[in-house]
Ligand binder design. Structure first.
Ligand code: SF4
Ligand code: SF4
Length: 456
């Protein structure tokens, strides 16, 4: 019995270090498969001190072996507790509601469509001198998907243009008529069906919120409805995300990023149109909001539908894929059950300390300071002019911020455990970015473009 008690601390220490070695070894193997050779090597190197410390802790006799065993048990218990507890969430519409609606005329994509010597141009720029100066600067640069841009590639640029063309065809389907024969479906059943079908069609996550005035633009700024006020005519909004391919995003700001974003805009458009048409065929007025034809601000709707938080880079940060998603929305009068509005403060906490996107942004468009009050909302303000000007140099939609974000890592056990801990602990939310910097560098190099996408 005496012998058993005396070897107990050694058994506990052995188990702890064996587990630690397995975690580091498995993480290294996963990193190799993610094409993160540098991170994989660093994990292997970190194994050396762990094995040495483990060897001495297990095989040498020292006075505080029992104390060490107790500390290790406590440490394991704390980690286990944070892995199984619920994420920290705040429920309710108490925060960050914009005071005024955004006019789509002010959105850079609408401004870049203005033609010189037209009434639209003169009317807008006569009261927006700063925007005129910045937009003309962008116009003087190579331009999005242009031959003289930095990352010109005839294959991938043509792919992106092709995707844009198909999306333009799809925009016509937004006006599909509503059937006058209503199919009555139970609210709970319809909600369940819509969510499952959206996922079946390829969405990563889906949520429903009540449509609110501040979700909508005040006026349309482009397309055939340009100049018209946006009227709230639907009760609910279905928001969903589609995952962007990790390898293509990792090559950002080179051209695979624009293949990927346009492809996912196209996927989003197809799914949104299917859902909207399904609801219209069941007699419920609905509208798909897809690339180039939105009446609302997708990230805001997605946030309120419980899909994530708006991070430092101004994009939706989902808990599982961070900003590595595209979003679309369907608004409808069909009877649906909205999801609870939740705030995930630990994701914002992580963004407060991380700042990696700001450090890596080639356009110097992202703030590295604290959030600021803007239109009644506390948020990080992105300099959209500087961001877009970089797009006009690179020729792509850049996406470097998305590619370096620690939340963008692949959806697998290694990264999901870390993301899980961040969502459950403020301490993890404050320090986890340091581990990311150690393994992947503060300013990771973009990954090479896939061989099949190269011209030569
Ligand atoms: S890179 Fe860091 S600071 Fe930027 S959005 Fe991602 S988590 Fe937030
Ligand atoms: S897309 Fe590029 S330029 Fe724009 S904010 Fe992100 S990193 Fe900066």
């Amino acid at each position: 019995m005496i012998i058993e008690v005396s070897i107990l601390p050694t058994i506990i220490i052995s188990l702890f270090f064996s587990f630690l070695i397995i975690i580091f070894a498995v993480s290294s193997i996963i990193s190799y498969f993610e094409h993160e050779a540098k991170a994989a090597n660093k994990l292997l190197i970190l194994l050396i001190p762990i094995i040495i410390v483990g060897y001495f802790a297990i095989f040498k006799d020292f006075n505080f072996k029992t104390i060490l065993a107790i500390v290790l048990i406590l440490l394991a218990a704390i980690i286990l507790y944070y892995l199984i507890k619920k994420p920290i969430k705040v429920v309710g519409y108490s925060h960050n509601i914009p005071q005024n609606r955004i006019d789509e005329h002010d959105v850079i994509f609408a401004r870049m469509r203005l033609k010189p010597n037209t009434d639209d141009w003169n009317n807008y720029y006569s009261t927006h001198r700063y925007e005129e100066e910045q937009d003309n600067k962008a116009r003087s640069m190579a331009g999005l998907l242009s031959k003289s841009s930095l990352y010109y590639n005839p294959l991938t640029y043509n792919t992106a243009n092709t995707n844009f063309d198909i999306i333009e065809y799809l925009q016509k389907a937004i006006k599909h008529p509503v059937s006058d024969k209503k199919i009555e479906i139970d609210q709970q059943k319809l909600t369940e069906y819509i969510k499952n079908w959206t996922k079946y069609l390829g969405a990563h996550s889906v949520g429903i919120t009540e449509l609110r005035d501040y979700h909508l633009y005040s006026y349309r700024g482009r397309g055939e409805d340009k100049g018209k006020p946006v009227i709230k005519s639907h009760k609910y909004a279905i928001a969903f995300t589609v995952e962007m391919d990790f390898d293509n995003v990792s090559a950002a700001p080179a051209s695979p990023i624009i293949c990927e974003s346009t492809q996912k805009y196209l996927d989003c458009a197809t799914i949104a149109l299917q859902i909207a048409t399904f609801l219209k065929n069941a007699g419920h007025d609905s509208r798909a909001h897809i690339d180039g034809d939105y009446e609302l601000i997708c990230p805001l709707v997605a946030r309120d539908a419980g899909l994530g938080e708006i991070g430092r880079m101004g994009l939706l940060m989902t808990p599982e894929l961070g900003p590595r998603v595209r979003i679309a929305v369907v608004t409808t009068n069909a009877p649906l059950l909205p999801d609870q509005f939740v705030l995930e403060p630990t994701m914002i906490e992580f963004c407060t300390y991380c700042k990696k996107c700001a450090d890596c942004c080639p356009g110097k468009a992202l703030p590295s300071g604290a959030m600021e009050e803007n239109n009644g909302v506390k948020r990080w303000k992105v300099n959209t002019e500087m961001c877009y000007q970089y797009w006009c140099v690179s020729g792509t939609d850049c996406g470097r911020c998305i590619s370096v974000c620690p939340f963008s890592h692949p959806n697998n056990i290694l990264h999901n455990v870390i993301r899980r801990l961040i969502r459950r602990s403020y301490i993890m939310a404050r320090i986890a970015y340091i581990a990311d910097d150690i393994l992947y560098d503060r300013k990771p190099k973009p990954k090479p473009i896939a061989k099949w996408m190269k011209v030569n």
